[in-house]
Each structure stands twice: as C-alpha cells, then as structure tokens.
Design a protein around this ligand. Structure first.
Ligand code: 26V
Length: 821
C-alpha cells in the first residue's frame, strides 16, 4: 500500500515536471538555462491552471445542463493576495509540484514569493469577498464574483523617517497568469444624456435613456477552485475601455494628446482602487466606478439568464444577487431599468422580482462610511436611475404613511432622500428596500443595525434584517499559512479537517496533554523564528522568538485604537526604566497596517508607533525586554507570515464600532489568545473559546453609548490614572519626538478633550487585562492549553459555515460539502 502510494506520488511529480518544462518553453518562451524565478513561477502557475481549467469547463457545463440557481456576489473589492498556493492546495498538488520543481533545481517556497499580491481591496470587506469566493466553490455553489479589474490595487506603503508614504502598486507589471481576457464579452455602460418618453398606444409611457457618453466594460475571468477541486467558479472583473481608441481627426490635425483624451477619461474608471477604507470619497469617479461594474454585471447575468431560461420573469427563481455593502447598490435601480424599460415588465412585477433577487450585506455602522450621493450629481450622471429612485421612494413613502404610527419624522428617516444634508440619495436605504434580506456581519452588529442606521426602516419593514457572522477560509488561513500546525492537527482530527472544520473540536480533548502541548508549542516556535528572521531582514531589528509576540495588524483607524496599544507600550516602557532589574516578561509589540492617504490622524498614529519603536528599541536600560516593530506594507501575504507567529491578538476597538473583524478569527484559529473588547465577532469568539481563554476588557457597546451621552472629555479618566497621565505627558512633551517636541500635542489634546473613541476611559481596564496576559504567559502549561483550546473551538468561524448559512437563509440554493463523492 505504502509503496503504491509512493509510486503514484512519483508518477504525479514526473508528470508535473514534464508539464512545467513544456510550459516554460512553449508558453513562457524561455530555456531552462535562461529562466528567471518569475518565469518558473509563470510556468508552474500555467500547469496548475490547466488542471483547474479542465474542471472549470466541466463545472460550467454542469451548471448549464442542470439549469440550477446561480449566485452572484457583487463587490467593488476582492482582496485576493497570491493565488499559487490556493491553486496548488485545492488541486492537491503541493507536494508533487514541490518534488517536480526540486528535480529541476527550483525551490517552490522561493517561487511563492515571486507572485505579486492581487490587492484589489482595502481591508476586511475585500478580504471577506475573497474568502467567500473560495468557500462558494468549496461548497459547489454555482457562483460568479463580479468586481473591477483595477490596473493598480491598494497603494504600497513605505515608512520614511517614521512617516507613511504611498506609492502606486503594479500587480500587472509582469502579466497575470491566472486570468483570461474575454474581449468578446463587453457591454456598453452609459452615463449622462437625456430621457425620451414615448407614449404607447395602450396609454402607458415607455422611457428610453439616451446616454451622453458610453464606456465599454470588458471581462477578465479568473477561475476559483474549491477545496479538492470538486467545483470551479468564475471571478469576473471588468476593465474599462473607450469605444474609440483614438480620435483620428484630432490626431491628423496634430493634436496628439487631445486625440487620446476620451480614451483616458473612459479608462480612468478601472485605473485605481479607492484607498478610502471608511470615509466615502465624495467623488464622481467613485460613483462612475460603482455604476460601471454594477451595470456590466447585471447586463451579463441577465443575458446569461435569458440564454438559459428564455424569459426574464423567472429571474428571481434562478438568480440570487448579493450586494457587498452599498457600493453596488445602484444595481437596484439598474435592474428596475432593465426590467421596466428594456423588457416591458410592469413596475409592480419588476419590483417583486428585484426584491426577491437581491440581498444586501452591511459592513459598517460608522455614519461617515454610509454612502450618500448628492441628488444633482445623480441627476447629471444617471438621470433615468434618479427618476426610478424617485418612483421607488414615492411608493415606499405612500405605503409607510398609511401605517398607524406614521409621523413626518419617521417618513423623513426612511426616505431614500436625505433632505437634511443638502438632498442626498441614501444608498443603504436603496439597498435595504431593494432586497428581501439585509444582514449584518456579527450578532452584535446585526442587533445594532436595528437600533441605529436602520431603526426606522426596521420598524416599517420588520423581519428583513438578519445576521450572518463572518468567517474565514481555513485552506488559506490554516493550511497554507501554517502547514506545520495543520499537520499536527490532522494527526489529531484526521485528514477531513479541511472538509469539515468542526472536527477541530477533537483537539479540545488533548489540549491539556503535555506531549501535545509540546508539539503545538514547537510548531508555533518555528513560526516565530521565521517571523523574527523576516523582521531582521526587513527592518534590521533583532527580536527574541521566545518573547511574547503581541500583534495588532489591521487598517490604522481611530476606532481600532492602535493608540491604546501604544499608550500601554509606553506605560510598560516607563516601568522597565523605573525598575530595570525586575523579572520582566520579554515582549515584542508588532504593528502593521495602512492609513488612508487622506486620513491625517491615522498617519500620525503610524508615526507615533514608529517614533516609540525608535526610542524604546535604542534604550540600553530596556535591554531588549521590550521591542516595538512596525512592519511596513501590510498585505495578505504579510498577514500569512505574522498570524501563525502571534501569541497575543489585539482586537481592541471601541465597543460597537467594529462590525465583525476577521483578523480576530485568523489569529485565534492559529493559537493566539485574544485581548479584546466586547465588539463585533469578539463576542461570539468568547462564547466559543470560553471566557477563561480570552482576555476581555473595557466598556460594552451600551456603556460606550451612555458614556458618550455624558460627554467625551477624557480629563476625569486621566485624573484617576497617574500612569495614563504620565504617558500622555511624555508624548505631549516630545519624549518620542525630540526633533519636533510638539508633533503629538494635537493628538494628545484630542484624547484629553474630545475622546470620542473612549481611549482614556478604557485605558486602566486594558492595562489590567495586559497584566493578566503576563500572569498567564508565566504559566506555560496554562498558556498552551488555552491556545490549543482556541484552535479547537474556532471551527465555527470557517467561511464554509457562513456561506452555508447565506445559501440556506438568503439565496435558497443547495450546498454540497466537499470530500463526499
Ligand atoms: C468604504 C469606502 C468608501 C469610499 C472609498 C473606498 C471605501 C472602501 C471601503 C469602504 C467600507 C469599508 C467597510 C469595511 O471594510 N468593513 C469591514 O468589513 C469587514 C467584513 O465584514 C468586517 O470584518 C470589519 O469589521 C468591517 O470594518
């Protein structure tokens, strides 16, 4: 048996080796001798892609034959990262490919580093979309992801003199081996122009939109393989093209630049990802992006539906569309236009189809992040859609006004038009009305939706809001990121671990076992050694793998409170200096994350972290007991290196402000203990891993609300904490910015007088929680037991579970778990 397996492994490796050589020569056009590591990467990617494509065509064929319902996931962001190991892992080719390349003198792990990250997203929302694509395929759901093929993804971050600098990102510079351009799949996207009303013989009026400008959307397809390759879906990204490549008349008259103007204007739509994160850039280009991809996606899926099923009236039976936040919400009006104007469906029927087809996921409660568009802008750019929105609104308000408890105030709150801030269209409201289900992304977040942004809509349309707690794909975030730990876990739970993540529960039985703990800790240590090497290599900072790695990795934002973490770091620094010879626990504070280019306070927080790192790391009295590291250019690939090496996971947002978090899940799964507030999915993580195995501190969402009501001055909290006062005084007086002593005075003033994010109110409680972490760390048996129990109980946070819930409760499509027949 064993010999058979070895022989077939060797056969597999030999076949892959032949295939790679073939690709290198005939598709890359290089000889063995001349090939660069990038050439080897492309050749290897092509081999994996070939195997995926075979199954892809079979999947497409099966879906066409059976005519089963299709899910469409519309998202302006897909934060994918690298794809080589996703492809190899899910096609179960990693080991034979490693052996094949080894025989060719090439190291697979070096090749892996050559691939650029596809960073077509800002943070949590975009990464969630990427995890969902993988789980959709894993569960054999017939699904398309629709988005934008940005020429440039999220900016590359460099730190110079402690400050963030942004550089353009160039993921396509060396081509993209995973995608297929589909020049024949293109649609016209209109903007502006006017509407003609044609009076029909039957007394009705037909509206014809005559756009003033058109742009073409061209499809690029990337196949997404599910676990064990059972099903392959398509990620279809749209690229903008001008209908005419150049104005020859202008060119011939000598205006060579002017000849290209229209092209530049059209193609700017898919040029670059908005790096805004949570503050809506009130930009015309952003609205153009949103309509561009929403319209292209709808035209595409309607055409596919008509080809497969003949008539438009069955759309809702065969199609489910999920709106990932409000960014594609204009699709509600666009589908109404397609149904009513282009297919002559009566308004009432069209509205029923629209609502039955769409679902809407909300990802944030931050008021500044809820998209609204000025009415004049909408009227200019999308005149017909604005008419449709007015009509939807009129019917909606008319119905609501007939309810017994209807008041003018309530009608104003549920209207699609916000009249209080200079007439703006509320895109969240449009998505809500146009959908049969609206969901938040953690239980707390979904509950809060009902009492905050959608309070009035929920009262008028009760039962529409549901919860779908986020999840992450364990193929990437456990097996690919942490192969050593995954092998150990597989020994305990069996090799169906990635088919059914709940099997991880079996680890609980051995969590207290000394021999198991030793092996668990050894895997973790190897990861920490690897991260220490990376830190040394990139920053020249030496860190001790046996120190506690305390990690905060996420976008930099005031509500995520990196500053709270920095304050605690300084408090500990002060103590070490006061009593250098106490038996301190060696700790490394690791920060990584990007700030929106226009978010001045977030950029100042980055600078503070770097300034503190510089002072602390150079202080001889500290002797390496405390190190502070800011790793530049946080992205998916860097996360894959940090997460398996983290001991402590910082999830310390102001309660009520982080919709869910997903980094919290990845870190706990890999055995980091969480220090966090009762916010987002932390609440559910505590329930699953047990209150003894997580460090919860701080105000609850309710208490934050009450506290804010009383005022947001931090003075009282500061007066009550000598430690906090001392830390703030040090920052404000320039201890960490001797070259510019006033650099952080403004930042400290915010905390003292306008502490909206409750940093001062939570400081003492956070500080105490950190001391509890230290006490636990001293008892290594207790620590590793808790870590193993975290891993054991995190199975529920697999995105397979999340997607199965969407399939059942929102999309009404069947799922087929992997690995069974
Ligand atoms: C807004 C904007 C505004 C215009 C510029 C570009 C841009 C990009 C993104 C956003 C909204 C970001 C919302 C978001 O990422 N929410 C996160 O979603 C995660 C997945 O559900 C969740 O885990 C995080 O808690 C939540 O912050």
């Amino acid at each position: 048996k064993v010999e058979d397996r070895a022989a077939s492994d060797a056969d597999a490796a030999a076949a892959i080796k032949e295939a790679i050589l073939n690709k290198l020569i005939y598709s890359v056009g290089k000889s063995l001798e001349a090939a660069s590591s990038h050439d080897w990467f492309v050749a290897t990617a092509f081999v994996a892609r070939d195997r995926i494509v075979e199954r892809w065509l079979a999947s497409i064929d099966e879906v066409n034959r059976t005519g089963r319902k299709q899910v469409y996931y519309l998202s302006v962001e897909f934060l994918i990262g690298r794809l080589l190991f996703d492809a190899l892992t899910n096609m179960e080719m990693v080991e034979p490919t490693r052996a094949a390349l080894f025989a060719l003198g090439v190291d697979l792990d070096e090749l892996r580093e050559v691939e650029p990250d596809a960073a077509l997203g800002n943070g949590g929302l975009g990464r969630l979309a990427a995890c969902f694509m993988e789980s959709l395929a894993t569960l054999s759901i017939a699904a398309f992801g629709y988005g934008i093929r940005y020429d440039h993804g999220l900016f590359r971050q460099r730190i110079k003199d402690g400050r963030q600098l942004e550089y353009p990102e160039e993921w396509l510079a060396f081509g993209n081996p995973w995608e297929f351009q589909r020049p024949e799949v293109d649609y016209e996207i209109g903007f502006g122009g006017r509407i003609e009303a044609e009076h029909q013989p039957d007394g009705t009026v037909k509206h014809v939109w005559l756009p003033g400008e058109t742009v073409e959307a061209v499809a690029y397809d990337t196949p997404i393989a599910g676990w064990r390759g059972a099903h392959i879906n398509t990620l279809r990204l749209w690229s903008a093209r001008a209908p005419d490549p150049l104005r020859l008349d202008k060119f011939n008259s000598g205006d060579h630049v002017g000849a290209l103007m229209d092209q530049v204007r059209a193609e700017s739509i898919s040029k670059v990802l908005y790096p805004g994160d949570t503050t809506p850039a009130g930009q015309e280009l952003r609205l153009r992006q949103e309509f561009f991809f929403a319209s292209a996606s709808l035209q595409d899926l309607v055409l596919r539906h008509l080809r497969q099923h003949g008539g438009i009236l069955s759309l809702a039976d065969k199609v489910a569309i999920q709106l990932n936040d409000t960014h594609p919400a204009i699709a509600v009006a666009e589908l109404m236009r397609i149904l009513v104007d282009l297919h002559d469906v009566p308004w009432r029927d069209a509205w029923a189809i629209t609502q039955a087809t769409f679902g809407y996921t909300n990802h944030t409660l931050l008021p500044e992040a809820l998209e609204t568009w000025p009415v004049p802008l909408m009227e200019r750019l999308l005149p017909r859609h604005m008419q449709i929105i007015y009509l939807i609104n009129a019917i909606h308000l008319d119905q609501a006004s007939k309810l017994a408890d209807s008041t003018g105030e309530r009608l104003a709150a549920i209207s699609l038009i916000d009249e209080a801030h200079g007439r703006r269209v509320r895109m969240g409201h449009l998505a809500f009305l146009g959908s049969h289900k609206v969901n938040g992304v953690s239980r707390l977040h979904s509950d809060l939706l009902k009492v905050t942004v959608f309070r009035e809509l929920d009262a008028v349309l009760p039962g529409r809001i549901t919860n779908k707690t986020n999840g992450v794909t364990f193929r990437r975030w456990l097996k690919e990121a942490n192969p050593g730990l995954t092998s150990l876990l597989t020994e305990v739970v069996g090799d169906r671990l990635l088919d059914d993540a709940r099997l991880l529960e079996k680890v609980a039985a051995v969590a207290g076992d000394a021999a198991f703990q030793e092996r668990y800790a050894a895997e973790r240590r190897a990861n920490k050694v690897a991260l220490a090497k990376l830190v040394r290599h990139r920053l020249g900072i030496k860190i001790d793998p046996d120190a506690l790695f305390d990690v905060q990795i996420k976008r930099i934002h005031e509500y995520k409170r990196q500053i709270l973490n920095i304050l605690e770091t300084i408090a500990v620094y002060d103590m070490i200096r006061a009593q250098p010879m106490r038996d301190w626990i060696p700790r490394v504070k690791i920060f990584s994350g990007k700030a929106a280019a226009s978010y001045a306070t977030a950029k100042l927080i980055i600078q503070l972290a770097n300034d503190v790192a510089k002072i602390v790391n150079a202080d001889p009295t500290v002797r390496g007991i405390l190190k502070v590291v800011f790793l530049p250019n946080y992205n998916v690939s860097l996360a894959e290196r940090i997460i398996p090496a983290a001991d402590l996971s910082e999830q310390i947002s102001t309660a009520g402000m982080e919709a869910s978090g997903t980094g919290n899940m990845k870190l706990a799964l890999n055995g980091a203990l969480t220090i966090g507030t009762l916010d987002g999915a932390n609440v559910e993580i505590r329930e699953k891993v047990g209150a003894d195995n997580i460090f919860i501190f701080g105000l609850t969402a309710e208490e934050v609300e009450a506290h804010r009501h009383r005022g947001i001055d931090g003075s009282d909290a500061i007066n009550r904490s000598a430690k906090l006062a001392e830390v703030l005084e040090a920052i404000a007086s320039g201890v960490f910015s001797p070259d510019e002593p006033d650099r952080y005075r403004g930042l400290v003033d915010i905390l003292i007088h306008h502490d909206y994010f409750m940093v001062t109110a939570d400081f003492e409680s956070y500080y105490e929680a950190q001391r509890a972490v230290f006490r636990r760390w001293r008892d290594k048996r207790s620590w590793w037991r808790a870590a193993a129990l975290n891993t054991a109980h995190m199975g529920w946070f697999s995105s397979d579970r999340t997607i199965a819930e969407y399939a059942k409760d929102i999309w009404d499509v069947p799922v087929k778990p992997p690995g069974r027949g």
